[in-house]
Design a protein around this ligand. Structure first.
Ligand code: GCV
Length: 697
């Protein structure tokens, strides 16, 4: 008998029948096990957890919890229960119990195999992972299938994640505030310390694990160097301990000046040997206490942060010195490509912030160490409602890459507006960079195109202490969708919307179809009344990045220009007459954007400056499109309220009312957006709305 079997235990599920009425807070998110229980009547009531891993034990407990049982007695035996059972474990531990199974069906890495097997007169639902995490992910996947009323009586499915790095980031500050967070204060930090009570952290890790997320950087990329102080380390250990049962690795954001700021050195020059020694000592110190530490995220030379340019060094110099401290421990360094000059000369028609990431990083391709991953925002500006895919994705064949997405809706309505971002992320991930044959972004960041070992996803989430995590109950569809896409970017937005709705609100067909429809239309609706034709943001960029502020983008160095004046609108980014940004793409992509005849309407003003009377592919003029889309968008925002009201009585009152209040507010704010934008463009262009709506809502 092998050791692993000696440590197996069996939980016999004895139903708990105490049902307490509770106010629905949204805290359960998509992990609602009342649905699982309903769907599980013909499933076994035994759970056999094989092996001695904490993560696999977590998986077993989750199954017991979901099926509303009590853990039964531990049975120190190598025997399988002689009755139907769920059997969980890694391949190494399960295989001896089921010798006829083929290893080839078990995906490597974090994948899993769900398989039903008859043996000795019983039937077993096997959840097998190559890794411990795989077992946990397989368990959550099985539970999600049951909750969605899918067929699980016979199973033979072995999915695996698209990429090894599937992280989230929080922009939490040590004082407990969150940069661009819209759902309360930090669940991790308060008053310069890690919180005493980490219950919410554990619950967050569980949510993350349920969608396959395996790392979390807990603090703001505008990093306080004190995160690396000796007082902080034992506190970080507590977070790592809380994450560990859920297979989530702790990561932190660090500031490049740390060797000076907390290390007392006279320099943070990445090529200085003392600086290298300092990073090494910092890395060794962390790994001595947190052996599964994920790594660091770095923002440098960006928006006033310290950076290698202060010493005439490159991003590769900076990244490598830190990465070398992590490498012996298998840690990774996510170095952000969000590097740009925010003091650009707005009078210079060749200046262009969109060029920055490519201009800085493309020449460095091949200079980064193996465990450096360049983290690239999906578009070349900054998480706007419409941007093209960053050209940098296609320009670093010798460098591992991760895509940065934003679940927190900084520029997309800050969780006061409904904006389901999965359709937008899909467009970016599916966009073919034509960098080397067919090379969609999803295959570049997964490492597939250029055979990179590392790569993947990192999204800024910014959950807070609000009971429902993100503020707007429907905003959780973005977190769920992010995890699902990082696991499988080939899922459609429709599939993800339906899955999330079923898991969050139940399987009532009217509820599923109404909420899915609302989610799927919401990005276009938000875009229609805020930012037309890829013009760049009309949002107030100098304040809190919320609400209309059309002139705030112009006449300053931030480079989020739309260049609207009395004659026309748009940034000329062409190779022929503009900033040359389009030249950063492959030839095939250049053809799409350089010529007006080919350029898609939705990105026209991102790529070209045109007169208001320019006629779009749609047949409309630019100015009439601006008017129409704002009127239509505001109308559609009002329709969201009507659609939601059709669900009255079909979902719990708490979430019904919370969402209704927010949608009614959104519909009102869409009118504010509409009138502000329409009036400004009328005043600026002097061209009337052909449909005569101005001033007559
Ligand atoms: C953390 C945008 C946000 C900043 C953020 C920055 C970044 O500019 O407004 O709050 O800083 O992006 O991604 O580093």
């Amino acid at each position: 008998m092998r050791d692993a079997f000696c440590l197996a235990y069996i939980a016999i599920l004895s139903p708990i029948s105490i049902h307490t009425a509770f106010a629905e807070s949204g805290a359960e998110a998509w992990l609602r096990y009342s649905q699982v229980k309903e769907g599980a009547t013909s499933l076994p009531n035994r759970v056999a957890v094989v092996g001695n891993s904490e993560i696999v034990r977590t998986a077993g407990s989750e199954l017991v919890r979901a099926l509303e049982g009590r853990p039964g007695k531990r049975v120190p035996t190598g025997e399988l229960p002689n009755a139907d059972a769920f059997v969980l474990g890694t391949w190494r531990d399960i295989h001896p119990l089921f010798p006829s199974l083929s290893r080839s069906r078990v995906p490597s890495g974090d994948g899993f195999w769900l398989k039903t097997v008859p043996q000795h007169g019983a039937k077993y639902w096997l959840i097998i992972g190559a890794s411990n995490r795989g077992v946990l992910y397989g368990t959550f996947s099985l539970l999600a299938r049951i909750a969605q009323q899918q067929h699980v009586l016979t199973l033979d499915d072995s999915p695996s994640p698209s990429a090894p790095i599937r992280w989230v980031s929080q922009w939490d500050n040590l004082d407990g505030t969150i940069e661009r967070g819209y759902a309360g204060r930090s669940i991790f930090l308060d008053n310069g310390q890690v919180r005493g009570d980490l219950t919410r952290v554990s619950e967050y890790a569980r949510l993350l694990a349920s969608i396959g997320i395996n790392g979390c950087a807990i603090n703001n990329v505008n990093a306080d160097p004190r995160v690396l102080s000796s007082e902080m380390l034992p506190q970080l250990v507590r977070i790592a301990d809380t994450f560990r049962p859920w297979g989530v690795k702790l990561a932190i954001s660090v500031d490049l000046s740390s060797p000076m700021a907390v290390g007392g050195l006279k320099t943070f020059d990445p090529l200085d040997p003392d600086v290298a020694a300092w990073w090494k000592k910092a890395g060794d110190g962390i790994y001595a206490r947190i052996p599964d530490f994920g790594g660091f995220v770095v923002k440098a030379d960006s928006e006033g942060r310290s950076g290698p340019s202060q010493y005439g060094r490159t991003a590769a110099d900076a990244a490598n010195v830190i990465a070398r401290a992590l490498r012996p421990h298998h840690g990774v360094l996510l170095y952000r490509a969000f590097v740009y000059n925010h003091h650009l000369d707005w009078r210079d028609l060749k200046a262009d912030r969109a060029r920055a990431a490519y201009d800085y990083f493309h020449p460095l391709d091949g200079n980064f160490d193996e465990n450096v991953v360049i983290q690239i925002k999906y578009g070349p500006i900054d998480s706007q409602v419409r941007e093209p895919a960053s050209p940098l994705f296609g320009a670093m064949p010798n460098t591992s890459q991760a895509i940065e997405l934003q679940v927190t809706q900084e520029y997309t309505g800050q969780q006061r507006h409904l904006c389901f971002l999965v359709p937008m992320w899909k467009e970016i991930l599916d966009f073919d960079m034509h960098a080397n044959g067919a090379t969609p972004v999803k295959k570049i960041v997964s490492g597939e195109v250029w055979h990179r070992r590392l790569g993947g996803y990192n999204a800024v989430v910014n959950v807070g202490l609000d009971a429902n995590w993100l503020g707007h109950p429907l905003a959780m569809a973005n977190l769920y969708g992010y995890g699902r896409l990082a696991w499988n970017p080939n899922l459609s937005a429709e599939e993800i919307a339906a899955e999330w709705t079923r898991l969050t609100f139940g399987n009532n067909p009217q509820v599923v179809s109404t909420i899915s429809k609302m989610l799927l239309s919401s990005w276009h609706i938000y875009e229609s009344y805020t930012g037309p034709l890829g013009a760049g943001t009309l949002t107030d960029i100098l304040g809190d990045h919320y609400g209309p502020g059309i002139e705030s983008s112009e006449h300053n160095g931030w480079g989020q220009w739309h260049r609207a004046d009395e004659h026309g609108i748009g940034m000329d980014r062409t190779i022929a007459t503009g900033t040359g940004y389009i030249g950063q793409y492959s030839r095939e992509v250049q053809k799409r954007y350089e010529w007006l005849a080919n350029c898609p309407d939705e990105l026209l003003l991102f790529m070209h400056h045109v007169p208001y009377t320019f006629v779009l592919h749609s047949g409309n003029t630019v100015i009439q499109h601006i008017y129409d889309s704002h009127y239509e968008g505001a109308e559609q925002a009002a329709e969201l309220v009507t659609q939601w009201k059709s669900l009255h009585g079909q979902i719990d009152d708490e979430r019904y009312s919370d969402v209704l209040t927010r949608l009614e507010y959104q519909a009102g704010h869409a009118i504010v957006w509409r009138d502000t934008v329409v009036n400004w463009f009328f005043k600026t262009s002097g061209i009337m709305d052909a449909k005569g709506r101005m001033g007559h809502p």
